[in-house]
Design a protein around this ligand. Structure first.
Ligand code: GLC
Length: 479
């Protein structure tokens, strides 16, 4: 099958969050499947352009019409060992000449409208007719709409799957964006219109042949106002074509047997000694006492409200009074949370460490050296770090929502059956309850705790199964 994947970010070239990780692993996994030809489209950001490590060649250039604008698009190509061909769309005005972060400019709508159209133009110039285009989040949401409106002569057999990684960011634009930037035929206005404004994600949900999201539970949650950020009606209407496929993680990178960032290597059979060494080294690195018996509670996260930090702030002091434990937070984000954890660490220097920084090496050492991983997210489409944690034998305590619910089935008090500890309703006391059940297992039944760790480490979180699920759905829409 010929598959074109389109996205606004993809590791290792450029990444701001989980979407970047998925766009590294999913195309690769699809390309490993016999008979597939996979191309990946990304914007040619300054950071990629300036990186001398990529052997990128220019293939061609063409113009892209966007309303009254005629914009240059260069097509850059990179052949990868995994078989994926990466195409970067080059334009200095929208991407290559901007040094800042990849999102957040006032003209983001126009930038990604340009990118979406340039990707489709590129397909026609390359004479590459994919069976399926898989596009992701609001930045590429216009692809299915443009495809229907303008590319039926070339791509009439091409089907589209739109994947929602996070419904919070929908691509809202003013009503005049429709004429000024898109200049689509009038009959496409209702599909993009929401309360007189343009909602690009809504357009994709209506125009795509299939809509997917990154876990089965999140696919169900999206029908409810609490989770859907205003799109619950639109998504309920599209329920017939909405599916959930839980992400995997890159088990090559996240591998405690080979990870170059961690001080001791281990696997599911040798983790007791390996993790003890990693824990001692980590405690030393972050300035905590090297106490092997104090359970080390860790979190690697963007310090953003929806990650459930308000719950942790609410229970942190009580947890420290009532339990012999250490807390380690790694991440940056909203100033009130950065300040809270800095103050807590100053107040409890022997119990709490706040690493307010972004550091991939340290993140790996935290996954390896921690005992218990906290992820009380208010909502979580999939979540990847709970899987990273389990792969390194760190037991997750999570809010049973979205992908957390699907990847962390609850264990009982003896640590049997599930993979971690969960709480159902989003409040601090229930979170504390789940934490206490986990800590009680750690203190009073270390064998039970170890068998839970062992089970966590034996799970298959690879991309193989999710990639097969994508293929099943691709085959369905292609008939
Ligand atoms: C978004 C979601 C996260 C998901 C990731 C990859 O970042 O918030 O839950 O794991 O996308 O799909």
């Amino acid at each position: 099958m010929k598959i074109a994947v389109m996205a606004s970010e993809g590791a290792p070239y450029i990444k701001s969050g989980g979407l970047g990780d998925v766009m590294e692993a999913l195309p690769s996994a699809l390309s490993r499947i016999e008979g597939n030809e996979v191309v990946l489209f990304l914007p040619y950001y300054k950071k990629i352009k300036d990186n001398p490590n990529y052997a990128v060649e220019q293939v061609m250039h063409f113009d892209v019409q966007l309303g009254w604008r005629q914009q240059y698009a260069g097509l850059m190509r990179l052949h990868r060992e995994d078989g994926v061909t990466v195409y970067f769309i080059d334009n200095d005005y929208y991407f290559g000449g901007r040094p800042g972060p990849i999102y957040g400019d006032g003209d983001d709508g126009e930038r990604f409208a340009f990118f979406s159209k340039a990707c489709l133009e590129a397909l026609t110039h390359l004479a590459f007719v994919p069976d399926v285009i898989q596009c992701n989040d609001w930045q590429t949401a216009l692809v299915p709409v443009f495809l229907k409106a303008w590319y039926q002569d070339w791509l009439s057999q091409t089907k589209t799957m739109f994947t929602i990684h996070n419904v919070e960011y929908q691509g809202w634009e003013s009503g005049c964006f429709f004429d000024d930037v898109l200049a689509l035929p009038w009959e496409y206005r209702p599909c993009l219109d929401m309360h007189g404004q343009m909602n690009l994600m809504k357009g994709a949900i209506e125009a795509a042949d299939l809509v997917s999201t990154v876990s089965e539970t999140y696919a169900r949650e999206l029908m409810y106002p609490y989770y859907a950020h205003g799109l619950d009606h639109v998504l309920s209407h599209a329920a017939w074509k909405l599916r959930g496929i839980t992400n995997g993680i890159d088990i090559g990178t996240f591998n405690p047997e080979t990870d170059p960032h961690i001080p001791a290597h281990y696997n599911a059979d040798t983790f007791a000694a390996g993790k003890a060494a990693c824990k001692a080294a980590l405690q030393k690195e972050v300035g905590l006492p090297q106490d092997p018996d104090a359970p080390l509670l860790v979190m690697v996260t963007r310090l953003a409200g929806h990650k459930g930090l308000d719950l942790l702030c609410y229970v942190a002091r009580r947890l420290l009074w009532e339990e012999n434990c250490q807390i380690l937070i790694l991440g940056t984000g909203e100033p009130q949370f950065e300040a809270f954890f800095r103050e807590l660490a100053a107040e409890y220097p022997n119990r709490v460490s706040a690493q307010i920084t972004f550091n991939l090496g340290l993140a790996a050492r935290v996954y390896a050296g921690g005992d218990i991983y906290l992820m009380p997210s208010k909502s979580e489409p999939c979540g990847l770090s709970q899987m990273n944690a389990m792969r390194y034998g760190t037991v997750p305590v999570v809010h049973a929502t979205g992908g957390l619910r699907d990847t962390v089935p609850p264990a009982d008090e003896k640590g049997e059956n599930g993979l971690g500890f969960t709480f159902q309703s989003y409040n601090g006391d229930d979170f504390l309850g789940a934490l206490k059940r986990c800590l009680s297992l750690y203190h009073s039944n270390r064998d039970g705790f170890r068998s839970l760790q062992h089970r966590d480490m034996c799970q298959d979180f690879s991309w193989d199964k999710p990639a097969q699920r994508y293929m099943e759905l691709f085959r369905q829409i292609c008939g």
